[in-house]
Design a binder for this molecule. Structure first.
Ligand SMILES: NC(=O)c1ccc[n+]([C@@H]2O[C@H](COP(=O)([O-])OP(=O)(O)OC[C@H]3O[C@@H](n4cnc5c(N)ncnc54)[C@H](O)[C@@H]3O)[C@@H](O)[C@H]2O)c1
Ligand SMILES: O=P(O)(O)OC[C@H](O)CO
Length: 329
């Protein structure tokens, strides 16, 4: 069993970084991508210059474009954009044995349905084991072997522990937990809040405003998680506060950088720079879920209003600053 490889579906920045980390943790790794040309290129050059420039692929990684090669893996990490979760899970369901655990590594909420990604996976592969991996972790840091700690959640405690052990290595420390909902909420919501922090930086509104956004954004995270069944302790850990602080701190984050460019005056269409900005695609679903349960999330709401074109950034700042004065907690 332990000699079976770890499978990774999706060879973008995060999939490639996780492949290197899993290999460094003494696993053979099958790295699947949809493009045969890209698989050939990765196998020949041993690098993924498009998504993770300057990083050498570990010897134990086998790139492939044949989905069937994931069938013999002991677990498969799903590392494609959040909005492709349903489609890629359906493709995986056709080749994987039903007992193979799927470990969700994307951060987001499905648009349209408003479904949490673990629920999407469970809907497509009923009864099959599902887990989620999240926490403060930039692909470039993990791929270069810089020390990183993340959380892996699964309702099956023994499986959570086994997967955490399998993926933990010299530079990646994986904690385990049972609160799947809390862990996935932290990852999905922090991306939306990071857009607001980036906009504050881009507009030059100061470090005090940024700290206020992180603290009040965390209060929104906690309210949302409580209402949707996540445990507050989870949100206080790596996958909540940890990832919120990381993503709200630096333009190394694509969500922060997107917000920063909005703050500097770029349009929503220009600001992504062609990069994946999960907070921008999740904002409307997050806000719709919050409204459905009357959860007060003014920062997430302001991000959504700006992205939809209903408010300018100036109107968003006014709306946040002119709310009625209230007790902090
Ligand atoms: N990059 C990071 O530092 C990082 C860290 C933690 C979590 N994540 C999360 O991981 C997810 C992926 O991020 P990323 O940085 O790897 O993005 P990316 O844009 O670098 O890569 C996404 C990959 O998915 C592939 N893809 C897209 N649609 C597909 C489909 N329908 N079928 C198969 N493959 C498809 C693309 O070809 C690309 O290789 C996101 O949800 C992100 O929030 C990223
Ligand atoms: O670059 P971002 O904003 O997608 O963030 C990457 C990771 O989620 C950070 O933990």
């Amino acid at each position: 069993m332990a000699s079976q490889p770890i499978g990774i579906a999706g060879a973008g920045a995060w999939g490639t970084a996780l492949a290197n980390a899993a290999a460094a943790a003494d696993n053979d790794v099958v790295l699947w991508m949809r493009s045969p040309e890209q698989a050939q290129e990765l196998a020949a050059t041993r690098s993924n210059e498009r998504c993770l420039p300057g990083v050498t692929l570990h010897d134990r990684i086998r790139p492939t474009a044949d989905l069937n090669e994931l069938a013999a893996c002991r677990a498969v990490l799903l590392v494609t954009p959040a909005q492709t979760t349903r489609e890629v899970t359906a493709a995986l369901a056709r080749v994987l044995p039903s007992a193979t655990p799927l470990l969700l590594c994307a951060k987001g909420i499905e648009r349209g349905s408003g479904a949490f990604l673990c629920d999407v996976v469970e809907e497509v592969r009923p009864g099959a084991p599902v887990a989620v991996l999240s926490g403060p972790s930039f692909a470039h840091d993990v791929a270069r072997g810089l020390p990183t700690a993340v959380t892996l959640a699964c309702r099956d405690a023994a499986l959570a522990e086994a997967l955490a052990n399998a993926l933990s290595g010299p530079a990646l420390r994986v904690y385990h937990r049972g609160d799947v909902r809390g862990v996935e909420i932290g990852g999905a919501a922090k991306n939306v809040l990071a857009i607001a922090c980036g906009a504050v930086a881009g507009k030059g509104l100061g470090e005090s405003a940024k700290a206020a956004l992180i603290a009040r954004g965390f209060a929104e995270l906690l309210r949302f998680a409580r209402a949707y069944g996540g445990e507050p302790e989870t949100l206080m850990g790596l996958s909540g506060l940890g990832d919120l602080v990381l993503t709200c701190s630096t333009a190394q984050s694509r969500n922060f950088a997107f917000g920063q460019r909005l703050g500097q005056g770029m349009s929503v269409a220009e600001a992504s720079g062609g990069k994946l900005v999960e907070g921008a695609t999740t904002a409307s679903a997050l806000v719709a879920l919050a409204r459905a349960k009357n959860i007060d999330m003014p920062i997430a709401e302001a991000v959504e209003q700006v992205l939809s074109g209903a408010w300018t950034l100036e109107q968003a700042v006014d709306a946040l600053m002119n709310r009625p004065i209230k007790s902090e907690h």
